[in-house]
Structure formats: C-alpha cells, structure tokens
Design a protein around this ligand. Structure first.
Ligand SMILES: [Zn+2]
Ligand SMILES: [Zn+2]
Length: 346
C-alpha cells in the first residue's frame, strides 16, 4: 500500500486545501526530508490571490507551496554522498543547471533554468519533501528548526541586502515596511550595530519594531516620513535604505529619504511603480539594488552571525501552526495581523 502524507494545495483563488498524497520517493541524487518547520511567505499568498510570482512556472494549482523549510534527512536517493540520514538541514529554494555562469558564481537564482521549490515543484507545506542533495544546507547543532526556517528567506535575504548596501555601526538605516522581511531587517541591522529607523502605517508593527531594537519608529500616515528622516539625519538623509513595502509611496519615499550617494535596496515585490529617475537617483548618484534571497556559499556566515550575535529571529515567528490548520494559518497571515506564520511538527 502506498503511504500517504498531508500536503497543502491552493487549487484556486481564496482556497486552501489539505490533501492526502503519496509520500514522494527521492530520485537519483535527491533526498527525502521529514519536515520540522516551514514558514509562510508573502509569495505563498500570490496564488491565494489568483496571481503568480514567477510568470513561467505553468500551472501551479497542484504544486505544494512552501520554500522556507527545515527538517531532517530521512531517505537518500541513489548516489547521494553530501548528506546522510538524520542530518538536520534547512532547504535552499533554488535549483539551477549547475554549470552556467550564474550557477558557477553562486547566483543560482539567476540561472536561466532556475526552478523554485514551492512554485515549479512541490514545496514544504507538507509532511515530507524531496529535493536535490545540493539544496540541503547544514543546520548548526544549536540552531532550532524555526530559527533555521527563518534564516533562509528572511535572514538570508536581509543579511545579504545589509551587506550589499554597507550597513554597519557608522550608518543610519531606514527600513520601509516592517512585515516579517522588514522586521528581519531591523534585527540584522541592529546586530550589525547600525542606527535603525523604521517607517510603516501599522501601529502594532511599529511597536514591535521598537521592542526589537529599532531606534526610531515613524508612522508615515501621521507624519511626512521623508521630512522626518531628513530631520533625524541632520538634513542629509539616510545612509542606507531598505524597502520592504511594495507600493508606490514607499518606493518613492525610499529613494527620496536616501542621502546623496546613499545605498538603497529594494526587496518588496512591486509592479507599475512610478518614479522620477533623474531627480530621485541619477542626480543623487544613489546605488540602487534589487535584492532577493542569498547565495548558498553565504549560509555558514549567515547562521554563524545569527548564533554569534544572538539575533532573536524567533521573535518574528509570532504564530506556530499544525499543518491541519493550514486554512486558518493562511488567512491569519493574509490579514497582516501577525508577523511570520510557521508550520511546525513535533
Ligand atoms: Zn519566502
Ligand atoms: Zn545555471
């Protein structure tokens, strides 16, 4: 008899279903992982809203979502030699060809044949997942599974962005949008020693950001965020800016509050934004970067940083759920009334 497992499916808009599906067998070079923690991500909600993250992934309606997971290696496919049964691992979401210029330089997410776990193939909101052994990132012994899951997309993306825009103890960093990604940015930027300003319109999120170490919290519904940031920086503007809010106002404020020659990282997915390049970044000589995810080779550095600096990533995991309650978990996460929602297994 075929053994089955639970797996979340989003067959159509506004519908979360829990299906019983066969437990997948690892093919040659792949491994099966027993899930221990799998975080929800805003990109999981695209399909829930009838949209797509990646245009070319075809019919995603019966792909299991979930790309921020941690678990234990449970079964090895033929020829697997980089991991063994019982290994605690986080899972890297990208599968590349392995030999193009991008794969060879560690930028697997730029590979022309890039496939994303949870979008092009079954993801981690399920009891088990199968992935190529190359996607297994070793989880340090003293890192728990929830922290491990948050160390992938949240900490991995924000740590990489902070490094790229030169965040350090001499800099003021302004973060727009403090959902889970922006909140991860607060934790990482504080751990790097920076002065951190956050801007959002949600009082609860602003209060949590202050609790987690943000130096100044601006409610941009009530005050002119750009003017306030200029005032707080002696009229110069913010050295570094991270935009984690995918709307026109935040994108414009991110460019406008940056100091001349400053560095701006855009992380929030966005479409159809209107900006004025000459005034907003050419004349100011801004360094503007698009950032998402991290490179495998940085995983050790990212997890060492989180452990050494005691970055309280788990504080962002405000709701833990059993997979049986997937519908409630998705709807709560979609409401924006929580930070990170994470499925956990005993
Ligand atoms: Zn994600
Ligand atoms: Zn490639």
């Amino acid at each position: 008899m075929v053994k089955t497992m639970r797996a979340v499916k989003i067959p159509c808009e506004d519908t979360i279903e829990l299906h019983q599906v066969p437990i997948p067998e690892p093919q040659k070079g792949w491994v099966r992982i027993k899930m221990k923690a799998s975080a929800l991500c805003r990109s999981d909600l695209y399909r829930f809203h009838g949209q797509k993250v990646f245009e070319d992934t075809g019919d995603e309606s019966f792909i299991t979502p979930g790309h921020e997971p941690c678990g234990i290696v449970e079964k090895l496919g033929e020829g697997v030699d980089k991991v063994k049964e019982g290994d605690r691992v986080a899972i890297y979401l990208a599968i590349g060809c392995g030999h193009c210029e991008h794969c060879l330089s560690g930028n697997t997410v730029l590979c022309p044949e890039f496939k994303c776990i949870g979008f092009a193939l079954d993801g981690a909101h399920a009891d088990y997942i199968v992935v190529p052994q190359e996607c297994c990132l070793p989880l340090p012994d003293d890192m728990d599974f929830v922290t491990g899951a948050l160390s992938t997309d949240v900490a991995g993306t924000l740590y990489t962005a902070c490094r790229r825009i030169g965040v350090n103890a001499t800099k003021t960093v302004t973060i727009f949008g403090i959902g889970p990604m922006g909140m991860g940015g607060v934790l990482i930027a504080k751990a790097l020693g920076a002065r951190v300003i956050v801007s959002d319109i949600n009082e609860q999120r602003l209060a949590l950001a202050k609790e987690l170490g943000a130096d100044v919290a601006i409610n941009s519904k009530e005050v002119d965020a750009v003017a306030e940031i200029k005032r707080l920086t002696g009229g110069r503007g913010s050295d570094c800016v991270i935009c984690c809010a995918g709307n026109n106002i935040a994108y414009n404020q991110a460019l406008d509050c940056a100091k001349k020659g400053g560095n701006v990282a855009f992380i929030a997915e966005a479409h159809g934004i209107t900006i004025d390049p000459s005034a907003q970044f050419i004349n100011k000589r801004l360094n503007v970067m698009g950032c998402w995810y991290f490179n495998c080779c940085d995983w050790r550095e990212i997890t060492d940083f989180i452990l050494d600096q005691k970055v309280p990533l788990k504080a962002i995991a405000t709701k833990l759920y059993d997979l049986d309650d997937a519908d409630e978990a998705f709807r709560l996460f979609d409401s924006g009334k929580t930070q990170k929602v994470v499925f956990v297994w005993d």
